[in-house]
Design a protein around this ligand. Structure first.
Ligand code: OFO
Length: 178
């Protein structure tokens, strides 16, 4: 059974992941409104991934005999000055989430909750990849910032992102060892 301290921290993390979903969905709307449909598609996929992350914690708490408590979401940013600012915020947000996963791992170890470790290790790896991707995108946007052709080419490229797991209801999406 999951301990109270880790359960509380994981409920907080469900909120963080749902806020990630909300932020990326908000960015999706902003990008669509500027006809950057490829970037919008990429962000929509990202939002979808965050919902799956929230559900991993949701199911883990439930499976371990804890109580899922959904907390209020914060009012988040709804406007950006440019695609550059979108990617700056994306990287900053992923770094914040990485710090939260580190905190959860610390709590799990302090509480000797070894059952949670494989899932948290999966999240650490996921965060490493997400930070790397966001960092790379940010650098590419910086390179082409005032070049509209470059922005359109990047938009096309990001529009090709394939989302591997169909939906948050897809059991494959919950395979923490994948
Ligand atoms: Fe970005 O991985 Fe979840 O939050």
């Amino acid at each position: 059974m999951i301990g109270e301290r880790l359960c509380h921290a994981m409920n907080e993390q469900i909120k963080n992941e749902l806020e990630s979903y909300y932020i990326y969905l908000s960015m999706t709307g902003w990008l669509h409104a500027r006809n950057l449909d490829g970037m919008a598609h990429w962000m929509r996929c990202q939002a979808h991934e965050e919902m799956i992350h929230a559900m991993k914690f949701f199911d883990h708490i439930h499976d371990r005999g804890g109580k899922v408590v959904l907390l209020n979401l914060n009012q988040l940013k709804t406007d950006w000055a440019s695609p550059l600012e979108i990617w700056e915020d994306t990287l900053r947000h992923e770094q914040f989430i990485s710090s939260k996963i580190n905190d959860l791992t610390t709590i799990a170890r302090e509480e000797k909750d070894y059952t949670s470790e494989p899932m948290l290790a999966w999240f650490s790896k996921e965060q490493m990849e997400e930070e790397a991707t966001a960092g790379k995108m940010l650098e590419q946007i910086r390179m082409i910032e005032s070049n509209q052709t470059g922005i359109l080419l990047l938009d096309r490229e990001l529009g090709a992102r394939v989302f591997p797991a169909g939906s948050p209801l897809d059991p494959l999406a919950y395979n923490v060892t994948a």
